[in-house]
Design a protein. Structure first.
Length: 207
């Protein structure tokens, strides 16, 4: 639960977007609990004893936010989506380092909303999911964003719809199609079509 009103958060985000670096310092304590929740969701999919703890991941995201110029979050939901993406980037960088140092290991299982996926090692698991999301974004950017902000960011269907400017029904449909596509990608490799498309449907077909 944020310790500030939506209006106060929006005001600080506007100041931050206008280049007031002190606004970020004032904002983070007010949204810290929400950021911790996002970090926990990311780390829940990591191996036990990950070198980054929850608070450290939030700190890394804060440093990334402070080090980037030109970010202009539209509202608190957009800010959380940005923070979640930065946390994902931090963990992917760590995973690449681990995978480069030692590859292989016993197969383990993870779950994407109940769908089990066997992947060798947690670092490889995260890198595979990261690649899958990047591939999905190349086919349907909105679907990839739906997965990112719901699976990692923890936004509800309604919050995701508000963030993306679409209906809740559209988010529900995108969420289901994206999960199916990702399940196929992680099990079978590149599905070869836009999520929800039939085998004869061209990738350029309309939404």
């Amino acid at each position: 639960m944020d310790s500030a009103s939506a209006e106060e958060i929006t005001g600080l985000l506007a100041a931050y977007g206008d280049g007031d670096s002190s606004a970020l310092d004032a904002l983070v304590p007010r949204v810290y609990e929400t950021l911790l929740g996002i970090a926990r969701r990311h780390l829940r999919r990591e191996r036990p004893g990950h070198t980054l703890e929850t608070t450290a991941l939030v700190h890394e995201a804060y440093l990334a936010l402070a080090g980037q110029s030109g970010l202009a979050p539209k509202n608190r939901l957009h800010f959380y989506a940005i923070a979640s993406r930065l946390m994902r980037n931090v963990l992917v960088d760590h995973a690449r380092g681990r995978a480069a140092a030692k590859r292989g290991g016993g197969a383990i299982k993870t779950s994407l909303d109940g769908r089990e996926v066997a992947i060798a090692g947690r670092a490889e698991e995260l890198l595979a999911l990261d690649e899958a999301l990047d591939r999905l974004a190349g086919l349907d950017e909105r679907m990839a964003r739906v997965v990112e902000v719901r699976f990692f960011g923890g936004l509800t269907l309604e919050e995701t719809a508000e963030l993306l400017g679409v209906s809740t029904m559209t988010v529900t449909r995108d969420w289901q199609k994206a999960k199916t596509w990702l399940h196929r990608f992680l099990h079978e490799g590149e599905p070869g079509a836009r999520p929800g498309a039939g085998p004869e449907r061209p990738a350029s077909a309309g939404r």
